[in-house]
Design a protein around this ligand. Structure first.
Ligand SMILES: Cc1cc2nc3c(=O)[nH]c(=O)nc-3n(C[C@H](O)[C@H](O)[C@H](O)COP(=O)(O)OP(=O)(O)OC[C@H]3O[C@@H](n4cnc5c(N)ncnc54)[C@H](O)[C@@H]3O)c2cc1C
Length: 353
């Protein structure tokens, strides 16, 4: 066994920090991508998280902190080294004015914790399947709500492995942006949210509405990572920006098939098949037609594809969408312990570069 793995294992044993060896990513990641990670570490307390991070940094061992993995696409041609999962860090407490929540709390659970107590302001986040840490990292949002809306301050581990608090101003929140995206030495541990009392019926109605909307508009059948790219408007609006003929056809199809009446009739099973077909024809996209959702072109489908197949679609779509579209899904090309399929790995890297 490698020396660094032995050192990590003995530290974890000494500190009673749970971990798994050769953790299967293909089965356990949200997108069902990847192969394995050598050590999957699951601290039970923030103190344990700080101590393992301090140890890894002192020993110059690279690590990746993860939540629910709902925004990460893993390569199947490599074995990754060390992941730290925050899943067990999910304690929550309330005072009269605020709520303190640990980083691993599942976002839909936080929304229910608020609803149970009659607090409003997070309802639109109910269906985002990530943890608080991943959500703060990218300022996740939906239906006009973002996770940063009610944040008062966030506790994190700094580059010297000390716990510090950052105020909302210091967190540099913007659309799908935060300080944590720019500075990866900062590890989120806890967040404090302000509380606003709402109307119980109104909270209930909103959560129900957003839940139903997600179930009809979101891809549920094949594993995916939600929206691949971020931009203003729909993916078809974005494609229209630089294509005049496409734009005209898009408006005609929208008028014919996506007017109020048709949307009402098809509300239980909405689909964008017609618009996707337009993209297939006008953007020479036919070879990718099995790779995206009929609900949304901006969502890939994993039908047990090799990583390079998914990447070829993601990067081709990116070229079509133009520079103003920001890649939201993260493709994990670092923290690699070993390449196990050189040919597949090189295919992936040639697409990414
Ligand atoms: C079906 C589906 C629907 C989705 N809908 C939405 C949506 O409506 N809106 C939206 O914004 N997103 C959406 N997403 C994307 C995703 O769920 C969110 O971005 C979520 O907040 C990610 O959280 P996570 O715990 O899964 O993070 P992960 O995927 O595990 O990690 C994401 C990034 O955050 C970093 N990170 C995680 N924890 C920490 C930490 N403690 N400290 C520092 N960095 C950390 C990781 O290193 C990684 O870089 C959707 C995804 C899916 C699969």
């Amino acid at each position: 066994m490698d020396k660094w793995l032995e050192a990590v294992d003995s530290f974890l044993k000494e500190e009673c920090i749970p971990s798994l060896h050769d953790f299967n990513l293909k089965s356990n990641s949200y997108s069902k991508t990847g192969y394995e990670v050598k050590r999957y570490i699951m601290p039970k307390t923030i103190e344990q998280l700080v101590s393992i991070i301090r140890f890894l940094r002192l020993n110059e061992i690279q690590f990746k902190v993860i939540g629910e993995m709902t925004n990460i696409l893993f390569l199947d041609s490599v074995i990754y080294g060390t992941f730290i999962s925050t899943k067990f860090l999910n304690r929550i407490s309330f005072t009269e004015v605020n709520c303190s929540v640990e980083v691993g709390k599942f976002l839909p659970d936080l929304v229910r914790e608020f609803a149970m107590r009659g607090y409003t302001g997070v309802e639109g986040l109910e269906g985002i399947p990530g943890g608080i840490g991943g959500a703060i990292f990218m300022n996740a949002g939906a239906y006009g709500y973002t996770v940063s809306d009610l944040i008062d301050r966030v506790e994190c581990i700094d580059k010297n492995s000390n716990l510090i608090w950052l105020t909302k101003e210091e967190l540099e929140f913007a659309k799908r942006e935060s300080i944590f995206k720019k500075n990866n030495s900062l590890i989120i541990t806890r967040a404090v949210f302000n509380l606003n009392i709402g109307d119980e019926k109104d909270i209930y109605r909103k959560i129900e509405t957003y839940h139903i909307a997600r179930h009809s508009y979101q891809e549920w059948v094949y594993p995916n990572l939600g929206s691949i790219y971020t931009f203003d408007g729909s993916v078809y609006d974005q494609l229209s920006k630089s294509r005049k003929i496409f734009r005209i056809k898009f408006f005609i199809l929208k008028f014919l098939f996506f007017n109020k009446l048709i949307r009402l009739i098809r509300r239980k099973n909405p689909s964008n098949r017609i618009l996707n077909r337009l993209v297939e024809l006008d953007c020479s996209f036919s070879e990718y037609k099995d790779l995206f959702s009929h609900k949304n072109l901006n969502t890939f489908l994993n039908k047990n594809y090799a990583s390079h197949v998914l990447l070829s679609f993601i990067f081709r779509l990116g070229r079509e969408l133009g520079d103003s579209a920001i890649l939201e899904n993260e493709i994990l090309i670092d923290y690699i312990y070993k390449i196990i399929n050189q040919e597949e790995y090189e295919k992936c890297m040639s697409i990414i570069n």
